[in-house]
Ligand binder design. Structure first.
Ligand code: MV4
Length: 504
């Protein structure tokens, strides 16, 4: 087993990895930028190395500095977390070349899944369902014939890309030329590659992904699905498992397809196979594979009872994964809400500032993964994710209720958050029915100017002043009685008032 692991990341995921290391008796090295001197991941690790300026290219994306830090601290492995360099095959190779272990899949697996067109061809060969379509088209005439063959509407996608960049829906042949041109331009800009693929457009699609996990001995299983259709502009907002859409038969088919997909690229460690699900035909198609740990991994941990990060470390060290597919079942329902520092009522702009108050919810079946506390600064340099609020309960209704109660207990002052927006989604009848496709948020919420964000109404105070005011009021840590008693006051510093702004 490793003696010491360097964590090439920040925020909640760095802390999640530090905790797994501590349980395994492994020492940890945090890295940080000048913007993260006071960050919690720095304080929680055994050692910490300053990388440089806040800009990611000078810090969390800087391969040379990260390898230097690992060698200097005599770490023997590197965990990349998610984002940053986690799906960069060159980084995985650089780590290995420095005689360090990359905690993740092989560089070859990362590369094989990095290109959409290439991975789609690999999946077709492996017998994994893909959306009907064509790759490797060159002239406009090629595209025109392909689109006719598929039948409109079609979707033009960047072959190199992901995350919806360079994607255009084409409803008829009159729109095709312009769509190809603009998709090529955008794709060249974003990825330095203008190759496109074209496929059948699936309206009202659901995003259902499967967690896969394997060791270096060839044992490979799936850990069921996560429904991630509540998203906006390709940013996930709420994830849940099990998916309310899947039957046991479909789940088994998709799980098998996910394992097949992973096996086709000799996958080991944690990975996620993304499918697009057509609710009209109950058919599913491979979209892409994310060759890393995902943000939403905790909901899988809660329903399967497995610690994914611990097992990532153990199989990276060469341990055999001892469980078989039949050892796993889904117990209850889990939901994750991403609490972002952003202003839902104002175009979802990121909201920056110092956290003046921050009180997490607690209770049975409630988990909070966060990298923030009172006094921490939310900056524009990094992702505005403040916390992941994750709940687990006996069934879906109970999980939704538990999430609503937990959200109403969450107190965050100093930045605007999306908590009221999350509550509006959870309270919606479509969500209750589980009838929420990837276009749902935009169609139901975006044109509405209702109050969707938790507005910061109190004037900004310094942390110490705020805590003194709160202590004098003697209610910050008091129970619901005190809470409801003060909810009617006009005290502008009253932290319990924030949840009352919510209207649907
Ligand atoms: C699609 C699709 C409909 N039909 N492909 C968006 C990002 C990229 N990963 C693939 N995406 C989509 N591909 C076909 N043939 C709809 C989407 C899509 C989507 C997919 C997953 C999660 C969220 C999404 C939001 C909008 C569109």
């Amino acid at each position: 087993m490793f003696n010491k692991i360097l964590i090439a990341n920040r925020g909640e995921i760095a802390i999640r990895i530090i905790r797994a290391c501590r349980e395994l008796g492994i020492k940890t090295v945090a890295v940080y930028s000048e913007a993260d001197r006071d960050a919690q991941h720095v304080q929680l690790a055994d050692e910490a190395i300053l990388l440089g300026k806040p800009e990611p290219k000078d810090s969390y994306l800087n391969v040379d500095k990260l390898i230097q830090a690992a060698l200097h601290t005599k770490a023997d492995a590197v965990h990349p977390g998610y984002g940053f360099l986690s799906e960069n095959a060159s980084f995985a190779l650089a780590v290995a070349s420095a005689n360090l272990t990359f905690i993740g899949p092989s560089a070859n697996s990362i590369r094989a899944m990095g290109d959409k067109a290439e991975s789609k061809i690999t999946m077709k060969k492996a017998g994994v369902p893909t959306v009907p379509g064509f790759e490797g088209l060159e002239t406009e005439e090629d595209f025109r014939r392909a689109a006719m063959d598929i039948g409109y509407p079609v979707l033009v996608k960047a072959a190199a890309g992901g995350g919806g960049k360079g994607m255009r829906v084409v409803n008829g042949k009159g729109e095709l030329g312009e769509a190809i041109e603009s998709a090529q331009r955008e794709s060249l800009n974003a990825f330095g590659d203008e190759r496109l693929l074209v496929e059948k457009y699936i309206p009202n699609a659901h995003h259902i992904e499967f967690q896969v996990f394997g060791d270096q001995q060839g044992n490979l299983i799936h850990l069921f699905e996560r429904e991630c259709s509540v998203q906006r502009r390709h940013q996930k907002i709420i994830e849940e498992t099990p998916s309310p859409l899947l039957t046991p038969e479909l789940r088994a088919q998709m799980g098998e397809a996910a394992v097949q997909a992973a096996r086709a690229v000799d996958y080991y460690n944690a990975g996620t196979v993304e499918f697009i699900f057509d609710p009209l035909l109950s058919s599913f198609y491979f979209l892409e594979m994310n060759t890393r740990l995902q943000v939403e991994h905790p909901i899988t941990e809660l329903v399967t009872g497995i610690d994914l990060v611990q097992w990532q470390i153990r199989v990276a060290a060469g341990e055999k994964f001892p469980f078989k597919q039949a050892d796993f079942a889904q117990r209850g329902n889990a939901i994750e809400c991403r609490v972002y520092a952003e202003d839902a009522a104002n175009g979802f702009l990121p909201s920056t500032g110092k956290l003046l108050q921050y009180i997490e919810p607690h209770g049975p079946g409630i988990r909070v993964d966060s990298g923030f506390g009172v006094g921490n600064e939310v900056t524009h340099f990094y992702d505005p994710l403040l916390a992941k609020l994750i709940v687990h309960a006996e069934n879906r209704e109970a999980a939704i209720q538990r999430m609503q109660a937990a959200l109403s207990e969450f107190v965050i002052h100093g930045v605007t958050t999306n908590i009221d927006f999350l509550q509006a989604v959870l309270a919606h009848e479509d969500f209750a029915k589980g009838e929420v496709s990837t276009s749902w948020v935009e169609s139901k919420f975006m044109e509405s100017d209702s109050l969707l964000s938790t507005q910061e109404k109190a004037p900004r105070l310094h942390t110490v002043e705020f805590l003194i005011a709160a202590a004098l009021a003697d209610v910050v840590f008091a129970g619901p009685k005190a809470r409801s008693a003060v909810a009617n006051e006009t005290d502008p510093f009253n932290p319990w008032k924030q949840a009352n702004n919510y209207r649907n």
